[in-house]
Design a protein around this ligand. Structure first.
Ligand SMILES: [Zn+2]
Length: 73
């Protein structure tokens, strides 16, 4: 089994989020946060609304921060 992709987490992954392996705790955390974001949190800035997601975003090629880097937005 793979390890959780969250920085400094040593737990085993139970599945993937955007292809990043995550343990149960971080899967729950990031899913909850994403749901909040997609159901109306968009008046918050990306950086404050998706703190947990941003921890793994550098492993997701199509994540907003990676696209910003690539296309300079
Ligand atoms: Zn974890």
């Amino acid at each position: 089994m793979e390890r959780c992709g969250y920085p400094d987490c040593r737990s085993l992954s139970i599945g993937t989020f955007s292809l990043v392996p995550l343990c149960q705790t971080h899967m729950d955390t990031i899913r909850t946060e994403s749901k909040k974001w997609f159901t109306g949190g968009r008046n918050m800035s990306y950086e404050t609304a998706r703190v947990e997601y941003l921890q793994i975003a550098d492993q997701i090629p199509w994540s907003q921060p990676m696209l910003d880097l690539k296309y300079g937005r």
